[in-house]
Design a protein around this ligand. Sequence first.
Ligand SMILES: *[C@@H]1O[C@H](CO)[C@@H](O)[C@H](O)[C@H]1NC(C)=O
Ligand SMILES: *[C@@H]1O[C@H](CO)[C@@H](O)[C@H](O)[C@H]1NC(C)=O
Ligand SMILES: *[C@@H]1O[C@H](CO)[C@@H](O)[C@H](O)[C@H]1NC(C)=O
Ligand SMILES: *[C@@H]1O[C@H](CO)[C@@H](O)[C@H](O)[C@H]1NC(C)=O
Ligand SMILES: *[C@@H]1O[C@H](CO)[C@@H](O)[C@H](O)[C@H]1NC(C)=O
Ligand SMILES: *[C@@H]1O[C@H](CO)[C@@H](O)[C@H](O)[C@H]1NC(C)=O
Ligand SMILES: *[C@@H]1O[C@H](CO)[C@@H](O)[C@H](O)[C@H]1NC(C)=O
Ligand SMILES: *[C@@H]1O[C@H](CO)[C@@H](O)[C@H](O)[C@H]1NC(C)=O
Ligand SMILES: *[C@@H]1O[C@H](CO)[C@@H](O)[C@H](O)[C@H]1NC(C)=O
Length: 624
Amino acid sequence: MEALAFSLIACLLVGIACMPSVIAQGPWAVRIACGATVDTYGANGFLWSKDWGYSGGRSANVTVNNHKASQLNTVRYFQLSGGGENCYNITVPVGHYLIRLYFTFGQEDNASREPQFDVSIEGTLVYSLLPGWSSDDNNYQDSLAFVNDGAATICFHSSGHGNPAVASIEVLQIFNQAYNRGFNVSHEFIMRSVKRVSAGAEKSGFGSDFLADPWGGDRYWESDISLFLPGSAVNPISTNLTINNAAVYPNIYPQAIFQTATSANPGQSLSYTLPVEPNLEYSIWFYFAELATFVDTGDRVFDVLVNEQKVFANVDIMAWAQGAFSALILNTTVLVEGKTLTVTFNPIIGNIAVNAFEVYALVPTEVQTLNTNLWAIQELKQSLNVPARLGWNGDPCVPQLHPWNGVDCRRSAASGFWMIEGLNLDSQGLRGVLGEEIGALTGLEHLNLSHNMLQGLIPVSIGQLESLLTLDLSYNLVNGSIPSSLGNLTKLQKLFLNNNLLSGEVPHSLSAGALRGANLNIANNEDLCGVGIKPCGHLKGGTKAGIIVGVLLGSLLAALAIYIFYKRRQNIARAQRLPRDAPYAKARTTFVRDVQLARTVLTDHFRPVYRDPTVAPGQTNPLL
Ligand SMILES: *[C@@H]1O[C@H](CO)[C@@H](O)[C@H](O)[C@H]1NC(C)=O
Ligand SMILES: *[C@@H]1O[C@H](CO)[C@@H](O)[C@H](O)[C@H]1NC(C)=O
Ligand SMILES: *[C@@H]1O[C@H](CO)[C@@H](O)[C@H](O)[C@H]1NC(C)=O
Ligand SMILES: *[C@@H]1O[C@H](CO)[C@@H](O)[C@H](O)[C@H]1NC(C)=O
Ligand SMILES: *[C@@H]1O[C@H](CO)[C@@H](O)[C@H](O)[C@H]1NC(C)=O
Ligand SMILES: *[C@@H]1O[C@H](CO)[C@@H](O)[C@H](O)[C@H]1NC(C)=O
Ligand SMILES: *[C@@H]1O[C@H](CO)[C@@H](O)[C@H](O)[C@H]1NC(C)=O
Ligand SMILES: *[C@@H]1O[C@H](CO)[C@@H](O)[C@H](O)[C@H]1NC(C)=O
Ligand SMILES: *[C@@H]1O[C@H](CO)[C@@H](O)[C@H](O)[C@H]1NC(C)=O
């Protein structure tokens, strides 16, 4: 710990890249060639794994192949018949990641038009692919996000316009503190990259093209040369000299982005305008290094503006970076209400020279579903055999725009998390069973599983769903008896269990309890009996077995009670030195009998249970 603190201080002082000890292991990196059936090695020697971690979809070769990179020659695409929500679940350690996706319109399934769809990371909607996205050759998107649960979940949400498709996914670890804005990096935002410009660079390139440290997340930097119109008052400049403080913790930049710059003629300002999503905060990072040996402190001074608002005044690279060929890194956060973001560099003294800048949209992370609900619904997905076409992948409640089919959610006032409020899976051809996990969906108000082919028992745990207002299991193949725990559901307004294979006694808790006001339908079952229906005379085999077990248990309890009584009485007798007297013992025995009688009355229909099977009717139990 001390060594680490020392090295941090040392590198702050000396100015070399300072990195925590984890760097020894190198950053975690996963690269997936979506749709590919074999592993390949791409440019820069990276391994592109064959497709894994996806919940569904099909793979296709890209028929319009305008990419040289092999990992982009296949896509995984998701047809609506396979569900509207599809995800990659990529196992990675908890940490901070740059997640980059490439999209290709491969004309899979002979689609004539590019699909439109949404993409979420860890439950937060980050991208919407809008009409025209495929006209750009470089259809990549990257974001900086925290993964807190051991797997990066990247989902593709259909909006009904074609099949979502993805060509490649990279999940590259960066430092937890990367891109901190002056305080600890907030988990409240995903930083979606909007633009990353290496000004004056001859070519665009990845960090790896520039031999950068992998902890930089292999960012892609775009050259701005193509933006310059012939005759415009700007010039690229560059150096081959090493820039001090470039690859510094926590962001670890490539040298190259500081080694080139775009300079404007004296007196001219330089600005870049980007289309952006309105009403979001943007985090903007500026990179400067003085590349001219003849420029001294005070020779080149300028202001930096974002949408006309001055964010840095009187920037003097030589003074601020303490010399030439030294990196100066500045960042600011601005709220943008309109649809464009303009970065302007206004000269005060000398001419402008800009090395690089980055713009990130701060996308607020969506609150996820309560863990217990998430676990329960995933278990229920299995037990109910929910078909793929319902697209039950990712988080059931978020992104808010794309909850699971048949799932209604509500924010819990107590925890702030999403909870499942309604499950409407009526007439879905479900052939599974309703698992006991249902009891964990404690926010559930409406459950409709009617008109399916569900088998098995009604889970006892339903009695824990105290908010339940409607419960409709009608028209299924549910058997066994109705659990008395349903009597717990005091808010229930509708209870439909009709047209099933239920049998046995209707629990008293249903007729006698708080359910009296509810709309109850238990018609058309196999063999239900009890109050309001037929009396429960005839008992079936299963019930008989239950009774015998019950009787044995009852006798055992009685025996135990008597044993304890005698033991205790002996002790009392010993303690009080009272002679053992019959009337006293008799009185106590009667008391035991009374208790049994009381219990018999309470569980009315079980009256026969309390006849000891070892004793013929009419005789008394010798134990009593
Ligand atoms: C893609 O192309 C390869 C080689 O041409 C072929 O073997 C493979 O079956 C194709 N895959 C699909 C999904 O069309
Ligand atoms: C995603 O992967 C993690 C870790 O491997 C696993 O625990 C989790 O159950 C997976 N989630 C889904 C929905 O498959
Ligand atoms: C796409 O079109 C070709 C030729 O028109 C046809 O052979 C092929 O079956 C079609 N593929 C699909 C998935 O419809
Ligand atoms: C971003 O700027 C703030 C000041 O506005 C500063 O405290 C912080 O250290 C900067 N972040 C990085 C990573 O340089
Ligand atoms: C920032 O993070 C560091 C290391 O993770 C932690 O020790 C520190 O308490 C955090 N500071 C705040 C203000 O949260
Ligand atoms: C940098 O080096 C390359 C080759 O090593 C050379 O072609 C180029 O002119 C040099 N650039 C500068 C600005 O010195
Ligand atoms: C459950 O869904 C069916 C339609 O499949 C509907 O007729 C019934 O009224 C619903 N039950 C409740 C309690 O709303
Ligand atoms: C009935 O409700 C109580 C709390 O009101 C709960 O503790 C109990 O577990 C519930 N019983 C069943 C069988 O669900
Ligand atoms: C309920 O049905 C299942 C088969 O669907 C059967 O295995 C089970 O024994 C039945 N239970 C009762 C109590 O009838």
